[in-house]
Design a protein around this ligand. Structure first.
Ligand SMILES: Nc1ncnc2c1ncn2[C@@H]1O[C@H](COP(=O)(O)OP(=O)(O)OP(=O)(O)O)[C@@H](O)[C@H]1O
Ligand SMILES: [Mg+2]
Length: 446
């Protein structure tokens, strides 16, 4: 594992029922070279919600809040935003308080009379220490075996519809999971890519990069397994120029004719995943970002790959796909550790796949025990599996299914290209603005 530069910014939240102290903290860190106050909360309950939605790097909690004890708030924040480094501020520190606080994972208890300068130094030091620690742990994590996925059969492709280049805010989405395989990352990546590329109203140029060691993207798209695409595998991008022409892109990528999605096939054989290093990922993503409106990267179920780390750092959004299964919790925690060590928690979102499977956890339970804002939930639908066997994505076969509506709705929160009618399975109207509001709120929480 190579060394990564993490993002040095520290996104901090302050929780205090005293408006003067909140104002003091806001003013203290205004213009600070690393610490940015992204949220201020006056009550514990608000604070827990804000922590889940913002995944701050650090939070300062007043011990004696009006609605809850600061220690209870710390305990709850540790659940909904496990990467956040927690500090307790009090007028009356004691050894007993210190012991109880550190048992809950609080990093420091400090007196409210401490100067802003000293608080900043303490926050920087503790956040850096936690990141460093998590990074060391992450480097020692075992590689995880990928989930299953039988090699798919081939289906028929319909005619190719050429698309025009239009201007969009270029967006790179990394689709990942806690270390659990088989949760639906590839299905989600393929579905979102196909949905965007076939959006009738606008011409969106979409690229889909398969960063798995045993790639399923081309299989799900009816283009054969990666070993059929040795000449176009991602490893060939070593030879691509930094500013390729369209002809050169054609040489290195495969176009999925039914949708117009451009695919970067995975490494041809799993053992060659070691060649997929950070430099190559940086090159691939930079080139894709220059040439496409939407870039979706399907990551392997192993957060320890160089490729995963580099992609998470470069992406605009990291979409964590989870299933409603409590066995995922420890894997998600490991994922959070890596993301925290990279300073990337603020761009992580979650989607629940197969939320309605029998015996599954409820959405409320998942929201209580899992980090990052939930962008949506996809139903279990046997058609998804069928579409995969046919090699023709279900979202194209059944664009009016509940599954397809929800995929478009989730994608729209990151890459808003769909009109309102694209995601109303049961006639409930939901405006695009209210969908976007969650993200807007997250970016402007102060
Ligand atoms: N919403 C869904 N409804 C029904 N089946 C689904 C759904 N999502 C995924 N599947 C099926 O679950 C299986 C695993 O999905 P997929 O290959 O996308 O997972 P993955 O997370 O990419 O796996 P890996 O870790 O191996 O990369 C596939 O057979 C897929 O068709
Ligand atoms: Mg996969």
């Amino acid at each position: 594992m190579m060394w990564y530069e993490n993002d040095q910014t520290i996104r901090m939240m302050v929780v205090d029922d005293d408006p003067d102290y909140r104002e003091k903290m806001r003013a203290t860190f205004e213009g600070h070279h690393r610490i940015r106050v992204i949220a201020l909360a006056q009550g514990g309950r608000d604070a827990v919600g804000l922590a889940r939605d913002n995944a701050p790097d650090a939070v300062i909690i007043d011990l004696g809040l009006a609605d809850m004890s600061g220690l209870d708030v710390a305990e709850q924040i540790a659940k909904v935003s496990p990467g956040t480094v927690v500090f307790i501020a009090t007028d009356t520190p004691s050894m007993d308080l210190y012991r109880r606080a550190t048992a809950l994972g609080v990093r420091q208890v400090f007196t409210k009379s401490m100067t802003g300068h000293d608080i900043a130094g303490m926050v920087e030091q503790e956040v850096d220490a936690v990141r460093e620690d998590l990074r060391r742990q992450a480097e020692k994590m075992p590689l995880v075996t990928p989930g299953t996925g039988p090699a798919g059969l081939r289906g028929n492709g319909a005619g190719y519809v050429p698309r025009q280049l239009q201007t969009f805010k270029k967006t790179v989405i990394a689709v990942t999971s806690g270390i659990k395989g088989g949760v639906g990352k590839t299905t989600t990546s393929v579905s979102m890519a196909c949905a965007a590329a076939t959006q009738a109203d606008v011409g969106v140029r979409v690229a889909l990069a398969d960063l798995n060691e045993s790639g399923n993207v081309t299989i799900q798209l009816n283009m054969g397994p990666p070993e059929n695409h040795v000449a176009k595998s991602i490893l060939n991008w070593h030879y691509m120029s930094d500013n390729p022409s369209v002809e050169e892109l054609h040489e290195f990528m495969i176009k999925h004719n039914p949708t117009g999605v451009w695919v970067v096939p995975a490494v041809p054989t799993p053992d060659r995943i070691v060649e997929l290093n950070k430099d190559l990922i940086v090159k691939v993503i930079n080139i894709l970002r220059q040439n496409f409106d939407l870039v979706i990267c399907d990551l392997p179920p192993s957060i320890t790959f160089d490729a995963s780390w580099a992609t998470i750092e470069l992406a605009d959004y990291v979409l964590l796909v989870v299933n409603p299964d409590d066995q995922e919790i420890s894997g998600i925690k490991q994922f959070c550790n890596v993301v925290t060590s990279l300073g990337c928690s603020g761009k992580c979102y979650r989607v629940i796949n197969k939320y309605n499977e029998p015996e599954s956890l409820s959405i409320a339970d998942m929201n209580r025990s899992q980090p990052y804002p939930m962008l949506g939930k996809f139903p279990y639908d046997p058609g998804v599996r069928r579409g995969r066997k046919l090699g023709y994505p279900y979202i194209l076969e059944q664009p009016n299914s509940e599954y397809a509506f929800h995929v478009r709705e989730v994608l729209n929160k990151m890459f808003p290209v769909f009109g309102e009618s694209s995601f109303q399975p049961s006639g409930q109207k939901k405006s695009i603005f209210s969908s976007l509001f969650g993200i807007f709120k997250r970016n402007t929480a102060v």
